[in-house]
Design a protein around this ligand. Sequence first.
Ligand code: HAM
Length: 435
Amino acid sequence: MSQVSIKRPKGTQDMIPSAAYKWHTVENICKDAAKSFGYKEIRTPTFEDTGLFVRSVGDTTDVVQKEMYTVSSSGEAQFTLKPEGTAGAMRAVIENGLLNEGIPQKVYYMTSCFRHEKPQAGRLREFHQFGCEMLGASGPAADADMILLAKTILDNAGVKNTELFINSIGCPECRAKYTQALKEYFSSYTDELCGTCLTRLEKNPMRILDCKSPICSEIAKGAPEILDYLCDDCKEHFTSLQRILAELDIEFTINPRIVRGLDYYTKTVFEFVTTDIGAQGTICGGGRYDGLVGELGGADTPALGFAIGLERLILTMENQGSEFIEEPTCDIYLASIGDAALVKTASLARDLRNCGFNAEYDLVGRSLKAQMKYADKIGAKFSIVIGDDDLKNGYAKLKNMETGEKEELRLSERFSEHFSDILVAYMFGDSFYEN
Ligand code: HAM
């Protein structure tokens, strides 16, 4: 049979072990911050009924019209790989009756998302979102707390040079007037708008504002702005949010052009954008979606949230030279000479691991020289060589791989305990004992 070389699908990435520490760093930063704000994890299926996304994200959005990966299983219902995390989280909150457990309900998730977009730096077909959603809080303080959480994550990740843009896209009442104004404006450009936007003009003219075609975006620059159409309630909400953000020392810029690419938003929308990773600089996007829970069959419940694109966050951190937390390396490598010694290293490694140490021994039959080279390569802090003589007299020499210092250790059941003392001294220095 001829060999074939199969490559990963376009727009996807492998996370290889040498890069895992970067992912673990950002995942822990995100989770720790969310937990400190009272959020609990929710996990939902990778695919959902297609109707969920059509209803929530909206049938005139790019995501639904052009980017969803949809499959039908044996001719039955259609399923779609989730293009974003909010819809599935809301479906799960409603289906599991979480709103009966008290409000505000606060959930976070870390999930793969799938969008059939043209891949480029920071834009993938499979990417990962860390998202937070809060249900049951209608006031602007919740919007500010949500923005503060997103900012806390970016700050804790050491991200610099991001700008926070906020806008209000109003409620259905203000939206109706605004939609009418947009229809009037775009109607003079029917000769120039792309085919998709011509349909949008009829069904949902606000979507023309985030069309990626250069001609449509140029025309959109002159369109009326939503802020001029806000009702009193939405205006008051937006003004209060700005006051709270100012009190929290969170700098922001009002950008009336931010409408977001998903239909469920109402009132506040926001984005954290960096110029350090090229054209796809939106690291985080979010906002309020007060109508979605009701739309999906739950009791009318105000809600809001955001999602951070983890690939974009890591890319920003890499480009800005941020620190990632290195993973712990091997505490001790147990080298052996001969079969009996190998068995001894196996049981010592087991005892050490049971005590919480990272211990390794030779599983591939290397020579002693090659074992020591390997110990060096994996960054072992200590090594010990066990041969026949050591087995007989019950002692072996432990070597500090950094300093080369050696110390006798008894190969007894208390080996792990003695090693523990030595490792603690190594890690904290003598001062640990003096204090
Ligand atoms: P979104 O703006 O579509 O919002 O996506 C959120 C973040 O996911 C973006 O800011 C970006 O960092 C990342 N992202 C989006 N598409 C891609 C892609 N193709 N490649 C790499 N990263 C990407 C949402 O998805 C909303 N569900 C956010 C939300 C939660 N709103 C309220 N709650």
